[in-house]
Write a protein that binds this ligand. Structure first.
Ligand code: DLL
Length: 435
C-alpha cells in the first residue's frame, strides 16, 4: 500500500512548491487576462498587468473575486477557454435563485482526479478497495468528484449517489465496500438505519470514510467512527475552486492539507481585505493556478479558518487548514446543499407573503430539518383550514423546486414572530456544528 499518491508533490520542499506556484500563477494570470474580459477589466481598474505578477509574492496585488462575480457573468462569462474545450459543467446555488456554473476541460478533470486520489490514498485506500460513493451525483460536485478520484487510484467504484438508505446498506454489505464517501450527517444516518435494520458495524466491511461538504464536529467524527467501524477523514472543497479535494485530511486528523500545487490559499481579514499572517483566523481565499477552463483568482470563499505550516507526522509538507469554523455570510448548508436565506425570501415575496419570516434549522436523527415560519395576513389566516393547508403545500413546493431540498412551511398569525430592534433574526440554527 502506498502512503502518498504523488509523493514528489505531497512531500516536496517549501522551495519546490513555491517555485511551482510562482511559475503557474504567472501563467494563469496571463491566461485569464488574455481570455476573460471580466478579469482584464478588473485588473485594469486595479492598475495591474500580467507583467506585474512575477511570483507568489505579487499575489496580493490582484483584485479579489467573489460569488457575485459568478452570478453577474452567468453562465459562461468567466470561462477562459472556448466552450468546445469544456467537457463537463457543474453548478451550485448562488445567493438568489440563480445557479453559479463552472466548467472543466479534460485537463482540469485530470487535476481534480489527482486531488481526490490524494485524499483517498491519505485515507489508506488503494486499488484493492471498494469505494462506495453516496455523495449526490449530478451538478453537485460531490459524487462525480469522488468518482474521479476512486477510478484514478484503480479502486472498484460504486456510484450509488444519495438516498434510499436501506438500499445503501444492502449494497454496502453485499458488495463488501471498504471506503465510504458521503456527507458526515449522512454517514451518521446510515449508521442509524444500520441499527434499525438489526445490523452492526461487524456486518459491513468499511475501513475508512471521506466526509465533507458541510461542517461537522469531532464529536460527530467519534460517533461515525464508532458506529460504522471506520476511520473518518475530512475533505474540503467548493464548486468555484474545483469541488471536493481542495484540501484533504491525513491520518493525523488535525486539519486538511491544501493541494498547494493547484491552489494557493491566503487568509484575509474579511473587513479590510488585508492578508493575515499564517496562524491567524480569517477568511480563506483561493487562487487556482493549474485550471484551464475556470481558474478563479483570489476567490473569497466566505469560509473562516486558519492555515499553518507545521510539520505533520504523515510526512506531507503541504500546509494545513483547519476545518472551516464558520462563514462570513449567512449561507446555510442543509443536507449538504447550500442555501441562502435570501433565496427563501425571494420565493416568499414572489408568492405574495410578508417579509416577516424566520428559518428554523434543526437536526433530528442526524438529518437536517428546515422549517420556514412566515406570517400571513389576518384575512388569509381566517380562511378555512383546508385552504391554509393548500397554501402551505404550494409554498413548500415552490421552495423545494428552487432550493432542491424539502422544507416545511408553517403559516403564522400576524405578529407572532418576535420583532427585533436591530437586524431581523432570520435564521435560528439549533444544530451544533462546531466543537
Ligand atoms: O460542498 C464540495 C464538496 C463535496 C466538498 C464533497 C467536500 C465533499 P459546494 O456545494 O460548492 O461544494 O459547497 C462549498 O461547503 O464553502 C464550505 O462552506 C462547505 N464545506 C465544504 N467542505 C467542508 C468541510 C462542496 N469539510 C461549501 N467542512 C464550502 C465544513 C465544508 N464545510
Amino acid at each position: 500500500m502506498h502512503r502518498y499518491y504523488q509523493p514528489e508533490i505531497e512531500t516536496a520542499s517549501r522551495e519546490t512548491i513555491r517555485a511551482l506556484q510562482s511559475e503557474r500563477l504567472v501563467r494563469t494570470v496571463r491566461h485569464v487576462y488574455e481570455n476573460v474580459p471580466f478579469y482584464r477589466a478588473k485588473m485594469e481598474s486595479a492598475g495591474v498587468t500580467p507583467d506585474d505578477i512575477r511570483s507568489v509574492d505579487d499575489l496580493h496585488r490582484l483584485p479579489f473575486s467573489c460569488k457575485q462575480d459568478l452570478r453577474d457573468t452567468y453562465p459562461y462569462g468567466l470561462f477562459a477557454v472556448p466552450l468546445k474545450d469544456v467537457v463537463r459543467l457543474h453548478a451550485s446555488s448562488g445567493t438568489t435563485g440563480k445557479q453559479i456554473v463552472v466548467g472543466y476541460t479534460r485537463h482540469d478533470l485530470e487535476i481534480w482526479s489527482d486531488c481526490f486520489a490524494r485524499a483517498l490514498v491519505a485515507a489508506g485506500a488503494s486499488d484493492e478497495d471498494i469505494v462506495h460513493i453516496s455523495y449526490g451525483y449530478g451538478l453537485f460536485t460531490g459524487g462525480l468528484g469522488a468518482d474521479l478520484g476512486a477510478q484514478r487510484i484503480g479502486a472498484t467504484t460504486v456510484p450509488v449517489s444519495s438516498g434510499n438508505t436501506q438500499r445503501q446498506i444492502t449494497i454496502l454489505r453485499d458488495f463488501g465496500s471498504t471506503v465510504l464517501c458521503c456527507t458526515p450527517s449522512y454517514a451518521l444516518h446510515i449508521a442509524e438505519v444500520l441499527e434499525e435494520m438489526g445490523l452492526t458495524k461487524d456486518d459491513i466491511r468499511l475501513r475508512a470514510g471521506i466526509f465533507g461538504a458541510e461542517p461537522w464536529t469531532n464529536e460527530m467524527r467519534r460517533q461515525i467512527e464508532q458506529k460504522l467501524g471506520l476511520k473518518a477523514f475530512d475533505i474540503y472543497g467548493l464548486t468555484e475552486i474545483v469541488g471536493p479535494g481542495v484540501a484533504f485530511e491525513c491520518e493525523e486528523q488535525t486539519g486538511m492539507h491544501v493541494n498547494e500545487d493547484n491552489f494557493i490559499v491566503e487568509v484575509i481579514d474579511p473587513e479590510t481585505g488585508e492578508v493575515l499572517p499564517e496562524g491567524t483566523q480569517g477568511e480563506l481565499v483561493f487562487t487556482c493556478i493549474t485550471k484551464e477552463a475556470f481558474p478563479v483568482l483570489r476567490y473569497r470563499t466566505r469560509d473562516v479558518g486558519v492555515v499553518s505550516r507545521g510539520t505533520c507526522s504523515c510526512g506531507r509538507t503541504l500546509l494545513k487548514m483547519t476545518k472551516p469554523r464558520g462563514r462570513t455570510d449567512d449561507m446555510l448548508i442543509i443536507r449538504g446543499v447550500n442555501v441562502f436565506p435570501s433565496q427563501i425570501e425571494t420565493v416568499l415575496i414572489e408568492k405574495g407573503y410578508t417579509a416577516n419570516y424566520q428559518i428554523v434549522v434543526d437536526r433530528a436523527n442526524n438529518t437536517d430539518l428546515v422549517e420556514v415560519q412566515v406570517e400571513i395576513s389576518r384575512e388569509i389566516f381566517s380562511d378555512t383550514v383546508k385552504n391554509l393547508t393548500k397554501k402551505g403545500r404550494e409554498l413548500e413546493e415552490a421552495l423545494k423546486s428552487l432550493l432542491g431540498i424539502a422544507v416545511k412551511v408553517k403559516l403564522l398569525e400576524p405578529n407572532t414572530l418576535t420583532r427585533s430592534t436591530g437586524k431581523a433574526v432570520r435564521v435560528v440554527d439549533k444544530r451544533k456544528l462546531l466543537d
